[in-house]
Design a protein around this ligand. Structure first.
Ligand code: AMP
Length: 113
């Protein structure tokens, strides 16, 4: 997926401010943060969005949330945080490589706009 921005970040071809990296998952700071903590948690493997996940991805999905938990703990988000994944253009998805937005450090409105 050489035209995928996040695949290029995984490959190290585009720089990122990484806060976590392992053999399956990386996490890096969003370039346009919407909260004091705004980190993107992504699989190294190209998956377009959450709609493309299958039963076989259960372990990977748990790992993505586990990394989000670690990042939240490291950031001291003891009062809570939000995990969001946009699916498709109507939801505001702009990068079509699965990612969890981890947002925290301020109160969040509900529902999202
Ligand atoms: P979404 O709109 O849900 O697809 O989220 C894509 C996110 O990627 C947006 O919040 C962007 O600010 C973020 N983003 C785009 N390019 C980069 C980049 N080079 N490094 C870090 N975050 C990025």
């Amino acid at each position: 997926m050489m035209d995928c921005l996040f695949c290029k970040i995984v490959a190290g071809e585009i720089p990122s401010d990484q806060v976590h990296a392992d053999d399956e998952v990386i996490a890096f700071r969003d370039i346009a943060p919407r909260a004091p903590t705004h980190v993107l948690v992504i699989p190294r493997r190209h998956i377009p969005d959450a709609h493309a996940l299958t039963d076989a991805d259960g372990d990977l999905l748990a790992k993505l949330f586990g990394v989000a938990r670690k990042v939240a703990d490291d950031a001291g988000l003891s009062e809570g945080y939000r995990v969001v994944t946009n699916v498709g253009s109507d939801a505001g998805q702009t990068v079509f490589h699965l990612h969890l937005h981890l947002l925290g450090g301020r109160p969040m409105a509900w529902p999202p706009g």
